[in-house]
Design a protein around this ligand. Structure first.
Ligand SMILES: Nc1ncnc2c1ncn2[C@@H]1O[C@H](COP(=O)(O)OP(=O)(O)O)[C@@H](O)[C@H]1O
Ligand SMILES: O=C(CO)[C@H](O)[C@H](O)COP(=O)(O)O
Length: 551
């Protein structure tokens, strides 16, 4: 592209609402991030397993970051806006005002976060119905989906919330409504989290069977009766009010949104891989697994025909790449688990002090510390007698068992920095073994996978990336733009603007390979042994439970 052409380039704004922060980027037609901003968002945990946020706080953060990324820009060259967000539940009354999702009646906290596990009892009853819609969520509905949360609200906050509610939104759809005033929902959120079927629509019998018949009665107006594919333009674009708040021109195209993991998938899975020595170069796109690793990890695999993988969500039609079925494996806490293990260790204050003295992040410090103590063997071998089972927040895939707990075996009395670093390493490895476990389940059901495409905050950690390559035996592709989830959101904005004819075209133009990390095949035997131990851990945990629940 000549300098002149560059001058004329169009731009898109992508906004990504993660669990811990909101990020925005200004992205050009080739998928290059020209500006980035982020802003933390508030989280409340009023009780164990209750996690709440505020939709007003989230929207305010969206406005802050968007204004930052367009500073100094000719805003008339911005042609589209796309949002992605976590799949949290936003509750508003009939006048679109926030309603409390808590016993305290605090209406500021009107979002039940995706990782909230308050509806354990409700999801148990939903799963007992064995309703046919459950086939499309891996056979077992997760407590993190929306139906159990809605049932919890109905059963626990009837007067203060349920009876007053006018709108229940998935967070990505709340954001597109805020921007456009259009209440249409994304096919992505409804199919993945609300049991909607791309070809059959809502299933009345499911809602009646689980005790949420009131949602059927008014033709689903509270949860969505207009459904659009991700990337489709909404209404007349950005409203004057939202334009003022975001600092963007009114009327620019706003796209139907995606859940954050799915935006990450769009941002990485369609890249042109030629010239990188990757086996997937000669294979269909269905050989690629996008792994979006943030607070949680999501494993997104696509197929031409539906594949039913027990314990893995889906198959979902057109929920990520149009025309393809999607299976979504996941680990509910990954980034959050690493933080939990590191911050809870007695040597954490020492780690913080040493890392800040070197102006390094704690993870960069830990990675270099592991290199120092590894002696002659590869770093990964430091955990020969320390093993972790990572389900501290239950197992999402492939066991779909929220009763599972975390395990660590091989603890010693030492509490020094070496000990912390090795525990951190074993945790990172356990997360990678969890990915291998999910891949094996997907392959046993019919997927044929050869290459991982990693993105999200954890993909900035070279140890995390190398362990995923070594433990799965697959090369890991990292995108040219580290913030690939934002590229996915911008792809949506670009599609809505009409600058690309399809999501596929935008994906192939805007997502680019950066770095490839190959597995160290010489270490395979060691990791195969550790994987055997990994599988034994859960087997043993189940035995312990059986002993304790027996007479
Ligand atoms: N440079 C980095 N090195 C290591 N870990 C990182 C880095 N940046 C972010 N992370 C980790 O990634 C996780 C958050 O990822 P992110 O994609 O921002 O999450 P979310 O989308 O859930 O808000 C955190 O656990 C954080 O510690
Ligand atoms: O269920 C999910 C996607 O379907 C995600 O786990 C959820 O949206 C949270 O994402 P993140 O860990 O990036 O904050």
């Amino acid at each position: 592209m000549s300098g002149g052409e560059q001058e004329m380039s169009s731009y898109y704004v992508g906004v990504d609402v993660g669990t811990g922060s909101v990020r925005a980027a200004l992205v050009d037609q080739r998928g290059v991030l020209v500006a980035f901003a982020d802003q933390p968002i508030k989280k409340w945990e009023p009780q164990f397993n209750h996690h709440e946020q505020s939709s007003e706080d989230i929207w305010a953060a969206c406005c802050v970051v968007t204004k930052k990324v367009i500073q100094g820009m000719d805003i008339n060259r911005i042609r589209g806006l796309g949002f992605d967000a976590t799949c949290s539940l936003v509750v508003l009354d009939t006048h679109f005002c926030p309603l409390p999702v808590n016993n305290e009646g605090d209406s500021h906290r009107n979002v039940i976060m995706w990782l909230d596990h308050r509806a354990v009892n409700q999801v148990g009853r939903i799963n007992k119905t064995k309703h046919s819609v459950l086939q499309y969520v891996g056979g077992v509905m997760s407590v993190e989906m929306q139906a159990p949360k809605l049932l919890w609200l109905k059963e626990n906050l009837r007067e203060t919330c349920w009876d007053k509610a006018g709108h229940f939104f998935d967070l990505p759809d709340f954001l597109s409504w805020k921007a456009t005033g259009v209440t249409a929902r994304s096919l992505c959120s409804l199919v993945c989290k609300w049991t909607y079927s791309a070809d059959k629509g809502w299933d009345d019998s499911f809602w009646k069977m689980v005790g949420l018949e009131d949602l059927v009665a008014d033709n689903y107006s509270k949860i969505g009766n207009q459904v659009l594919p991700p990337g489709a333009p909404l209404g007349s674009g950005l409203t004057p009010e939202a334009a003022r708040e975001l600092g963007l021109p009114p009327g620019i195209a706003v796209a139907t949104s995606l859940i954050d993991a799915h935006a990450g998938g769009l941002g990485v899975i369609g890249a042109d891989v030629r010239g990188h020595g990757l086996v997937c170069e000669g294979q269909p796109v269905t050989s690629r697994l996008a792994v979006i690793c943030g607070t949680s990890s999501c494993h997104m695999g696509i197929s031409k025909d539906p594949i039913f993988v027990p314990g893995v969500w889906g198959p979902y039609f057109s929920a990520m790449v149009p025309g393809f079925w999607l299976n979504e494996g996941g680990q509910s806490v990954t980034g959050k688990l690493i933080e939990h293990m590191v911050q809870g260790h007695a040597a954490f204050p020492e780690l913080q002090a040493k890392a800040s003295a070197r102006c390094q992040s704690i993870y960069a410090y830990l990675n270099s510390h592991l290199d120092l103590i590894k002696k002659a063997q590869p770093v990964g071998f430091l955990t020969v007698d320390l093993h972790v089972w990572p389900d501290f927040h239950g197992n999402r895939s492939p066991l779909a068992d929220l009763t599972l707990k975390g395990m660590v075996t091989g603890l010693k009395l030492s509490q020094d920095l070496d000990d912390l670093a090795i525990l951190y390493l074993a945790t990172v490895q356990a997360i990678a073994f969890g990915t291998r476990f999910i891949i094996e389940a997907m392959e046993a059901a019919g997927h044929s996978l050869s290459t991982l495409f990693l993105c999200g905050g954890l993909s900035k950690n070279p140890l995390f990336v190398q362990m995923h390559a070594d433990i799965t035996g697959m090369p890991v592709v990292l995108s040219q733009e580290v913030e690939s989830v934002l590229v996915g959101a911008a792809i949506l904005g670009a599609c809505a603007s009409g600058d690309f004819t399809s999501v596929q075209e935008a994906m192939s133009e805007m997502s680019k390979v950066g770095k490839v990390v190959f597995p160290r095949h010489e270490d395979k035997k060691y990791y195969d042994k550790k994987y055997q131990v990994f599988l034994k851990l859960v087997e043993h945990q189940k035995e312990y439970s059986a002993i304790m629940s027996g007479d």
